[in-house]
Structure formats: structure tokens, C-alpha cells
Design a protein. Structure first.
Length: 291
């Protein structure tokens, strides 16, 4: 909870542990820059400013969700991650990706680290690892880092801690089966292809004058709602109406409340995407009649 940067999700649980500094994502500053690329450079560089101000010797790591899910499917540039990787190397800071949502083919590659072409030191994974069938998560590290706390018994290299349900054989069997299925069926490539197809359909929603942007990677996409495309003012009232109309039309979306996420199953077909696109458009039209 202390590592989270989402205000409404943490304030109810305060006070929290100290030592967690925050850096704003690119969407916070995008209207202050002429280009999205320039905004991303500024935001990436701000990590170094925070590290220097705090004292590099006291900063252990940086935790990033490659595509900011709760922030509205925030999708930085590849250069954003390149700059942060360079900063981490410069100050010997561990780079950690929270790939609980983005991992396991969701973004068009096995991990978002591959999608953006920048490798972290640690990947936290879950959700798609078991396809939602059973609780399962995994922390993945670079080999040299793993060797520092796991080795031969006689070497007494360990990072001792107790996890009652760690290594559950049923959960691990499910995870192995899911990984095999992803690789055999090339679901990463399928997610990229279907994601492009879905993005085209979502782009058509711009004709209604209330969509600022369609963003995301693979089959993790988001649509930002605005009152008009000149002021770009958020439109939570439309989001609230959309919550009602989507359910009425038999569709479940994450709406929060001036954007919504679209993340269909990796095994979806083009006809599924067609139906999904039609239902989203119908729901948006119905919602506009209510605001």
C-alpha cells in the first residue's frame, strides 16, 4: 500500500510506512509540453532529481508499472524506460517492473519489458500467470541477483522467510500449463494483432467528440473521456452513465470514471472483437443521451 501512488486507494489506510517517494506519470504533465515525447523525457528525468534530492546511497529501487493500469492505461514511450534504466545504472538502483497486469502476453509480448525493449532487474508477476484459474504469483529476477539469495544448501546462501502457501504444487502446475499454452499458441502475437484490430475500432469512437485518446499496447487498451476535444476537461458524468449502459448492454468494462479500460481474453477471436466494439459504441451512444 505504501508503494502505491493512487490517492483514493491509500488514504483510507493511512498512516503508512515511510520511505516511499513518488514520481508523477507523464499524463500529469502532458498539457504543459508541446509533444508527448518531450513530456516523457521530462518525467523520466524527474526520477534522477528525486534520487539526488533524497541521497542516492539511500535509494534501493524504483518500482514502475510499465502501463499504468489504475492511472488510466498510461502508456509511456520507449525512451521513457530507456532514460530510467540509465538513471538506475548510474546510481546503482534496482529497477522493478510491476507486471501483474501487463505480463504474460497481454501487451503483445510475454512481458511489457519486451514490448518497450528495456529490461528491469526484477519483474513482479501474477494474474495472467494462472489465467485467473487459481491464485499464483512470481517474482522474477536477473540471474546474478537471484544468485545473491539462492544457492546450494552447503553454501548457506538464502533470503530466509516463511511463506505458508509458496510453491503450491497445484498452482505451479497451472502456471506451467498456462505458459506452455501461451508459447505454443503464440498468444503474444495474437494479442498484438487483435489489439491493433481493437484499437482501430475504438478510434472510431472519436467521431462523438468525447474521446481524448485511445492508448495502450496489445490487448490492454484504454479510452479517455472528455467533455470536448478543445478544453480536454475530464467527463466523469459520462463515465458514470457509461457504467449503467454497458451493464444494460451485457458488457463489463472498468470505468474510472473519465476513462475506461478494454482488455479482452487473449483467446478472443476477431468476431469477439467485432461484438465488443459494437457493444462499446452502442453503450457510449446510450450514455451520451443520459448526460
Amino acid at each position: 500500500m505504501s508503494a502505491s501512488g493512487t490517492g483514493k486507494r491509500k488514504t483510507g489506510f493511512e498512516p503508512q510506512m515511510g520511505g516511499f517517494l513518488k514520481v508523477f506519470p507523464p499524463t500529469y504533465y502532458r498539457d504543459r509540453f508541446s509533444t508527448w515525447e518531450e513530456c516523457n523525457r521530462f518525467c523520466a528525468q524527474s526520477f534522477e532529481d528525486v534520487i539526488i534530492n533524497e541521497d542516492p546511497d539511500t535509494v534501493a529501487g524504483i518500482i514502475i508499472e510499465p502501463i499504468g493500469n489504475t492511472g488510466g492505461i498510461i502508456t509511456p514511450t520507449e525512451e521513457y524506460f530507456q532514460i530510467i534504466r540509465q538513471i538506475c545504472d548510474r546510481y546503482k538502483v534496482i529497477l522493478i517492473y510491476d507486471e501483474i497486469i501487463t505480463g504474460f502476453a497481454r501487451t503483445g509480448a510475454m512481458f511489457a519489458a519486451q514490448t518497450f525493449g528495456v529490461t528491469p532487474d526484477i519483474i513482479c508477476s501474477g494474474k495472467g500467470l494462472s489465467s485467473g484459474a487459481i491464485p499464483l504469483g512470481a517474482m522474477i529476477t536477473k540471474e546474478d541477483m537471484g544468485d545473491s539469495f539462492y544457492g546450494e544448501v552447503e553454501d548457506e546462501i538464502n533470503f530466509a522467510h516463511g511463506h505458508t502457501f509458496a510453491g503450491n504444487p497445484l498452482a505451479c502446475a497451472v502456471g506451467i500449463a498456462v505458459i506452455d499454452e501461451i508459447q505454443q499458441e503464440r498468444l503474444d502475437q495474437k494479442a498484438q494483432k487483435l489489439g491493433d484490430y481493437l484499437a482501430e475500432k475504438l478510434q472510431k469512437l472519436t467521431q462523438y467528440g468525447v474521446v481524448r485518446e485511445v492508448r495502450g499496447k496489445g490487448l490492454l487498451l484504454g479510452v479517455e473521456l472528455v467533455k470536448d476535444t478543445e478544453t480536454m476537461a475530464p467527463y466523469p458524468e459520462l463515465g458514470q452513465a457509461l457504467k449503467r449502459t454497458t451493464l444494460q448492454n451485457g458488457l463489463i468494462l472498468r470505468i474510472d470514471p473519465s476513462w475506461f479500460a478494454v482488455a479482452p481474453a487473449l483467446i478472443a477471436t476477431e468476431s469477439d472483437i467485432d461484438e465488443l466494439g459494437d457493444l462499446i459504441e452502442k453503450s457510449l451512444v446510450d450514455a451520451l443521451k443520459q448526460v
